[in-house]
Design a protein around this ligand. Sequence first.
Ligand SMILES: Nc1nc2c(c(=O)[nH]1)N[C@H]1C(S)=C(S)[C@@H](COP(=O)(O)O)O[C@H]1N2
Ligand SMILES: [Mo]
Length: 510
Amino acid sequence: MRRLTGAACGILAAGFGVAVAELLAAATRPAAGPLVAVGTAVIDATPTTVKEFVIRQLGTNDKPVLIATIIVGLALFAAAMGMLSQKHRAAAIIGSSVFGVAGAAAAVTGAAARWYDAAPSLVGAAVCAVTLLVLVRRAGAAGTGPPPDLIMVDGRDDRPFDRRAFLRAAGLVAGGAVVAGGSAALVGRARGGAIARSREAITLPAAADPAKPVPAGVAPGFRTPNDRFYRVDTALTVPDIDPAGWSLRVHGMVDQELTLSFQDLLDRPLIERTITLNCVSNEVGGPYVGTATWLGVPLAPLLREIGVDARADQVVARSSEGMTIGTPVQTVLDGRDAMLCVGMNGEPLPQIHGFPVRMLTPGLYGYAGSCKWISELELTTFADFDPYWVRRGWSARAPVKTASRIDRPRPFAQLKTGRETISGVAWAQGRGIEAVEVRVDDGPWEKAELLPVPSVNTWVQWRLPWSAKAGQHSIAVRAVDGDGQTQTEKRATPFPDGATGWHTITVTVG
Ligand SMILES: Nc1nc2c(c(=O)[nH]1)N[C@H]1C(S)=C(S)[C@@H](COP(=O)(O)O)O[C@H]1N2
Ligand SMILES: [Mo]
């Protein structure tokens, strides 16, 4: 019973401390809250292989699961601290300090951190320590007489255990935690709401150079709706960026530094392009690929205007939350429509896809050309700077590999005998897809029908009629790209420069 009371004191005090810290962070910088800061530190420190595994197992649920894990870990730590502080009051101070220093360290070492990001965690830790001492003192006399090495707050510790007074104090702390936590959530929501409203208030100009219309002959799903477009990033809280205060600094090895406001971007001639974007972490047959019509400022003319030093071979994009993504200068200048996007499928960029501005480089995996929430572009060299993913072992140069995927039938589908259609998508941005071939069991490779595309930068939808006979069947697909190269059968993991291999599924007919 006594132990349980100690654990409860610890959890209540820590809960209150974290809630106060989160409230402070919500009012200043959300990323400085201890939960998000520690979560971000965990993401940054997680070895690539584990990260891959987690993304594969949890998909986009990885973030809530991470936060829940941190809360459970914190609760266990707090319970132990509460039990220990019944005997040794110093445990309350040492334990809270550990928690405060961990939060503060995570907050100030995060990318794009400021020194004052330590404040929420430190204040939260102080609140936790004081609360725990008070609670333990109230609970301390529970039939055992005065606790051994008190920090005497006043002289009344040897009075009999006053259950009511303890419960009142505990209730007060719990209430305080709920109020602080609730206020933190409200402040966060208000902030998000303000950004959502400023996003809705934006009227994007028409493109000076509009996208080729998507051909009439495409099948449904050619373009991925914004709310179904995959999301991959390391951001635990979606950056809330007010376009009115946003700016992009272009600097480094250039003749003339440049700072652009959001309005400056909209005032430039905009291009619109339909482009397929995919993630290097995508497994063969995986879901991290989508096609959208993007509106933005072409990067090549902008770089030419400011004059890029001939020795600069890498342009590094930095985002508001500290991501760095490096793209070859050559790639940006080779005529492929690398752009600073402000619009996606006819709307301002959704917040999770980089609002207000993201970069997009057709033909490169997202981690090498498509920085979201961009705030800076630095012209530098590959020798001088390794961006975020490259420091973690991913390739510095990352052209998209030719890939194809079977979407219908689904893997392990139960089908009736007779007419079926096998269909899917294939992509090789920049090169385009020349042919898609499908093989059932040990049969011959058959050429699928290719539906029309607006350009070489989008995926191709393909389909092949099939008369399904009873039994279990294996269906494989492979693509031939615009250079005449057949997609390799050789299996490679996504790490370090993209998965390869033929997508193969098994179905049962009859
Ligand atoms: N700021 C920021 N930009 C980022 C990332 C990130 O983690 N942070 N991830 C990149 C990766 S790995 C991919 S695949 C694309 C995904 O873009 P999407 O979420 O809009 O689909 O964003 C890229 N841009
Ligand atoms: Mo990615």
